[in-house]
Ligand binder design. Sequence first.
Ligand SMILES: Cc1ncc(COP(=O)(O)O)c(C=O)c1O
Length: 471
Amino acid sequence: MLWGCRRIRSYRRNEADAPVSATTAFGSRLPELVTSAPGPASRAFTDRLRGVESRNVTFVGDGWPLFWEEASGSNVRDADNNTYVDMTSAFGVALLGHSHPAVTAAITKQANLLIHGMGDVHPPTAKLELLERLARLAPWDSAQAVLATTGSEAVEIALKTAQLATGKPGVLAFEGGYHGLTLGSLAVTSRADFREPFADRTYGGVSFAPFPEHWREGDRSAEESLASVRDSLRLGAPNGDPIGAVIVEPVQGRGGARLAPDGFMAELSVAAADAGALVIADEIMTGLGRCGAMLAAETVGLVPDLICIGKALGAGMPVAACLGPKSLIDSWPLSEGEALHTSTFLGHPLSCVAASTALDLTMDEGVPKRATEMGHDLLVSLSQRLSGLPSVGNIRGLGLLLGIELVGPDGITPLLGGAARVASSAMKAGVLVLPAGDLGQVVELAPPVVLKADQEMYALEVLENVIRSFS
Ligand SMILES: Cc1ncc(COP(=O)(O)O)c(C=O)c1O
């Protein structure tokens, strides 16, 4: 992917046009750029990084990356003392804002007591307190959870649970879906560029159905997608394995904030149930308020048997979970001294207190409702500013997960790598966004719920200027 960089005019703030940042707390500020972005310090760190990290990990290009030093609320400060407005929540994690003071206080208190416990042997009480909250969050009367450290691991726990429960190892997943890159989760992630180098190692019992969309002529309809789903459920996976699980994101996140047509998810749930397959809702991006509800599955009509959450769960600490009704989670055998799935950091005390605090804050501060209202306003503003521009094919979203799909001159063909060019230019104006979509054609917006109105307005102006310059 080409991360071309283009300087845009007039957004470098100087003394004269600077906002009253001296009186505005870091967290709620407009961008303030004191050097180019990235500046000399980030560039020097990048040179050092190149020597010590696999070249595959951090993308290094002209004007990329920034090294982050500090973050609070909706602001990030880099190694050159530049302040940005973060419209990414750092991969969707900082929904409550970066470094929420209550989360920081909980981690600090816990760190003074117990940093690490023995998750599945002598568990920390913080693990129990988190599990009790998760049981209350889940949509079943008697719910249980298995904790994980990353979203990918939570997906693997769900896949293992489904296999134990149904005896059918095959899985149905969706084109454009993203569920992680570890070998087990990679098997259900659709993107060819991630899969191909490891094709010999990934499980072959996965069918990929088209994900329906409805904004462009030639899009796969809900009916076509459901026909493909039913065929796969009936015929089995490409390797002949019977299918025991359907994994789906209520809204495709990394796929580019893609929403299926109304009614699709409900019909998908029925098709899975009819075929004796469990529905795994991957809510790692959409859950915990981001899409306007604690769980987005309900909003889109998906009826899950198992739910994966992560990202915003730990408000910045690494923790994820697979939730299910006790009847299904009991497909795992009783531990007689060895857990079939565990890890050294399972139920890590710092992550658990961060997650418990984050869950309480999410409820107490009405985060889902705020995400709904803010997301609606953002979508309206984006549409007013960008609809009709030749390079904008579609603007969409649910709650605070939004996407701007960029297209080529014919108004249909995805603009390959276009979103990375937008991200680069926006960064130079102090606004952080990320590219998404299988072809890097979607500008994804997933801001924190604490984004201020003037920060939003500024980010919208920057995006409009950058995207207009493409048209
Ligand atoms: C929907 C979804 N599932 C799973 C994952 C994998 O989570 P992690 O990167 O924490 O392993 C992601 C990460 O972006 C995601 O968006």
